[in-house]
Design a protein around this ligand. Sequence first.
Ligand code: GLY
Length: 332
Amino acid sequence: MIRLEVPLGSRSYPVVVGASALDEFQSLIPSGVSRIAFVTQRGIGISLESELPSSVHFLPDGEEAKKLSVVEDLCSAFAGDGLTRKDLVVGIGGGVVTDVAGFAASVYHRGIQVLHAPTTLLGQIDAAIGGKTGVNIPEGKNLIGAFWQPSGVICDTDVLKSLPEREFRSGMGELAKYHFLGGEGLDELPLDERVAACIQIKADIVAADEREGDSRALLNYGHTLAHALEIEGRFDLRHGEAVAIGIQYAALVAHALGRIDKARLSEHERVLDVYDLPRSLPEGCDVDQLMELFGRDKKAMTGLTFVLDGPEGLSVVPGVPENTLRDVLTQM
Ligand code: GLY
């Protein structure tokens, strides 16, 4: 078992990674908890046992669960269970579950403890780590949410074995980004060490900038084009697949701007190919529409802003020239 810590002073918390990590659940229940509310989705099929009184709440399937009305229903259910400020919410599932369970925990009784058991690769290396929680509104994804750190995270790598192939590969899109955040050689590690190495990189970034005032934005490498493709909505792309295309795009833009050389561009292509990820824009992309969506990106405060590679590694680059962004999209 690999044990890591997200170091946030008095709010630091353990992350346990490995085969059968779910067996560690009892030992991670904070002291003083007298009741547990498990939050999951019907399709997840993983349950955790506790000797404490507990209840199980099922969220609607898929992204449909990421709604304020679902959080309200969940908080009503917590109240019906008699959950108090000393008690514990446990999210078991992918990013949707940990985002919603975490957000409900952040507002119920003005904040109660939450423990996450992410069941997807994407959840284990990204969504469940670092305390971002939230729901969508018609105006945008995750526009309502809170930073609410869990009291622990359990990443059982055995549960990844039963993921549908495409779901697993989608996680690889997020994993690919860690190669460019100090994770060179990740592809040579066994799965549990690879998951742990990504979590360690994320933990260090979150410890340095918990609320994304600055360097945490680097975790959004590849996400500007990815979000535009997702908002556009016509394409059959999982989040990690869209991120992979976004990483390729960001590398081409960095190369066009003279920030990286051909060898570094080829390294991006090698990493995306190792994980069998897409590198081309889907058929039928509308360049004008993507350019307009770039302007709506949360980072676009000083002109069009992208996370780009360069001589010092990744950095947030404001004012990326529109003609370069457009030319590279056309070339892709
Ligand atoms: N998923 C990016 C972050 O947690 O900041």
